[in-house]
Design a protein around this ligand. Structure first.
Ligand code: BDP
Length: 690
């Protein structure tokens, strides 16, 4: 009898919670109240706005709400203004954003104020690194939502449209208004007619949600597709080829946004193949797009194996071109000078290019931060970068203000995020990776939002109406404050620092194993491999110390920063310790502010990182029971994996570096539980073999 009861109970629990698979993201409309929506105009976008209100209204039952489109001096672009019963915007898209904001506030319990809310950046764009065969470069959430392989790969199905609609809706709900549909390592075929047919189908679904479609292009397309002798951007036939191609693309997608270009970078073709500059290449494409109001997002992610310091190269290549780009070109700059590491100082290009439009590129997918395995809330990392002061126009010239049009009058302002979305049921692999998609959209809309606020919103929305596996109660009012919201929010806010601690503390960077970019690999340097792709190039561990000397007597990367930063970074005594080994090669017994030696401090940091993740387990076990068991268990499992991996990072890095420091791990700290030779032997490069 007892067994039967248990089985029955289990069955009921499973069936009740079957829908709790994370697919709804932060858009959990439950128990909507009736509402009348008044709007004198009709359009696909406005119908969506109306429908959303009807599906999700949590205000007074039977209230009336008016959607008003009118000019208002305080409203910029797609900005809006809310009241209890009216959404005012100058554009239809603005109305849609206002509706989502109103519904969000109803669910989070935030006050509805009448202030104008305007976007920080005009273009808030996701970059999908999706390949035409459906694989996703650095994707950890299943196959591409846009592309697939197989004989019917280009047939547009109802299922395709459903997922694209859900994707578009999720983006619109957080203000994202643009998508690049394919990988920056672009296949030329993306702009052939058969693929353009599918691009058109996707664009048609995204459009009513206010999302413009962009494509990454391969710079050699004229030669590869057009069979021209060259792809030289100054060649007349090449120029004509691109003009015709652009015209053709606009015949499929009349409001096409433009091109994203990775050129002369990591083996991709580019203008430098023909002795031309980035400006020559970008401007040629910009001219072709200009008649249609299209733009070029030209990436500054460039480096070559011959350079003594990879961190300097983008600046060196792009600064001489400042002022040479057409006004519909934006230079897309990764947040740090190397590559989306857990922590980097900001790229010195921000604020330095004064006559060129520049946009930040952030990575939402967690290439270097644990893929779909770790819980890392990236908002704090982005906030740190965006609020960094470049001093380029005096104090307060933050990266945000240098790129959002506050300081430089850019014709276009934009922020890009490398997407973490795939076909996985929960979209992002790890439930908490949804928070990073959410945070990217919110920050692109309002660059001054605090991570605390973003985490608060996301948690309240994501667990809205979730049924506590403890009490069976459903949470509609973000109650459980002290039991759930508070500790889990704190865990999110601490999670990035924890990851830095157990992976790359004190300014270490790029010490992951091989191309998998997951597990530790400070030793990883196969024979014949480009030095700048191997960790020893970056950590420079030796008997005399550790760290990359980027001071004036080293590579002089500090010189690329504006004063007072150049001097501050140059001196180990004034360099923020979080960047110490980024800028300095420091002796093992160097004394830090804590009074500890560098070696001891490293040991403490790695140990602290591991302990932080262990403490996240406790937080989640205790708080997680206030949410449904499906999502609770999934996150619990991933935290266990993260703990194991954090331990490996600590053991691998400490035991490896200890060979050089020859100092003991402070005796009060937990000892390593993995042997270095075994870890190295087991390291097959994907980091998962440990
Ligand atoms: C690196 C990735 C690589 C990308 C490249 C890029 O490892 O897969 O193609 O960035 O941004 O981080 O172009």
């Amino acid at each position: 009898m007892k067994v039967v009861f248990n089985v029955l109970f289990f069955f009921i629990v499973i069936t009740c919670q079957a829908q709790e698979n994370g697919h709804q993201l932060w858009l959990r409309y439950k128990n909507a109240k009736p509402v009348t929506v008044i709007c004198s105009k009709n359009s696909p976008t406005l119908s969506i706005a109306k429908q959303e209100l009807q599906n999700g209204w949590q205000g007074e039952p039977n209230a009336s709400i008016t959607l008003t489109i009118k000019k208002d001096k305080a409203l910029k672009d797609d900005g809006f203004r809310l009241s209890q019963n009216e959404v005012i915007a100058a554009t239809e898209k603005g109305v849609l954003y206002g509706v989502y904001e109103l519904l969000r506030r109803q669910r989070t319990g935030e006050a509805i104020t009448g202030e104008a809310e305007n976007p920080s950046y005009q273009i808030r764009i996701l970059n999908h690194w999706d390949n035409p065969n459906g694989s996703v470069e650095r994707g950890y959430a299943g196959h591409s939502i846009f592309w697939r392989s197989g004989p019917d790969s280009l047939t547009v199905t109802q299922n395709d449209k459903k997922i694209w609609t859900e994707y578009a809706r999720a983006n619109a709900s957080i203000g994202i208004n643009a998508s690049v549909l394919n990988n920056v390592n672009a296949s030329p075929k993306i702009i052939t007619p058969e693929y353009l047919n599918r691009v058109k189908a996707i664009a048609d679904v995204l459009r009513p949600y206010g999302i413009k479609t962009y494509l990454s292009i391969n710079f050699s397309s004229p030669a590869i597709l057009g069979k021209l002798k060259t792809s030289d951007p100054l060649d007349k036939a090449v120029i004509k080829w691109w003009q015709d191609k652009v015209k053709e693309i606009y015949s499929y997608v009349p409001d096409f946004g433009g091109f994203l270009v990775k050129a002369s970078s990591e083996g991709q073709p580019g203008p430098q193949d023909f002795g031309r500059t980035h400006a020559d290449g970008a401007n040629m494409l910009a001219d072709a797009l200009k008649p249609y109001n299209g733009i070029v997002m030209w990436r500054a992610f460039v480096y070559s194996p011959n350079d003594k310091d990879r961190a300097k190269q983008a600046y060196n290549e792009f600064m001489p071109l400042d002022g040479k780009f057409k006004d519909n070109v934006i230079i897309q700059v990764k947040n740090g000078p190397v590559d989306f590491q857990p922590r980097e100082p900001f790229s010195p290009l921000f604020g330095a290019m004064k006559q060129t439009s520049v946009m930040p590129e952030l990575q939402v997918t967690m290439e270097y931060l644990g893929h779909d395995k770790y819980l890392v809330f990236l908002s704090t990392m982005w906030e740190e970068v965006l609020q960094s002061d470049t001093y380029q126009q005096g104090e307060g010239s933050t990266v945000a203000r240098c790129t959002d049009g506050s300081i430089y009058s850019q014709k276009y302002t934009a922020m890009a995020g490398v997407s973490n979305v795939g076909l996985d049921t929960n979209w992002c692999g790890h439930l908490f990776n949804q928070a990073n998609w959410y945070a990217f959209g919110r920050l692109a809309w309002n660059v001054n939002l605090k991570s605390e606020q973003i985490a608060d919103e996301w948690l309240k929305l994501t667990f809205y109406g979730a049924q506590s596996s403890k009490s069976g109660e459903a949470n509609y009012n973000a109650g459980w404050n002290d039991n759930f919201l508070k500790p889990v929010k704190q865990m999110m806010l601490d999670s990035r620092e924890a990851a830095v601690n157990f992976m790359t503390p004190l300014g270490l960077h790029h010490i992951m194993s091989a191309n998998g970019h997951y597990g530790p690999g400070p030793w990883w340097a196969p024979k014949g491999m480009r030095a700048d792709w191997t960790p020893p190039y970056y950590h420079q561990a030796a008997e005399n110390g550790i760290g990359f000397d980027r001071t004036k007597t080293g590579s002089d990367a500090v010189e690329q920063y504006h004063e007072p930063l150049a001097s501050q970074f140059n001196d180990a005594a004034t360099c923020p310790e979080k960047y110490l080994l980024w800028f300095h090669h420091v002796p093992w017994d160097y004394k830090l502010k804590s009074g500890r030696t560098l070696w001891d401090e490293l040991c403490y940091k790695y140990d602290e990182g591991v302990n932080q993740v262990r403490s996240f387990q406790k937080v989640w076990d205790k708080a997680g029971v206030y949410v449904d068991s499906t999502r609770f268990l999934e996150v619990q499992r991933k935290l266990r994996i993260q703990c194991v991996n954090a331990g490996l990072w600590k053991d691998a890095c400490l035991l490896y570096f200890q060979q050089f420091s020859k100092m003991p791990i402070p005796y009060e700290l937990e000892r390593p539980v993995n042997n270095l030779d075994v870890m190295m032997y087991n390291d097959r490069g994907d980091g998962r073999s440990h």
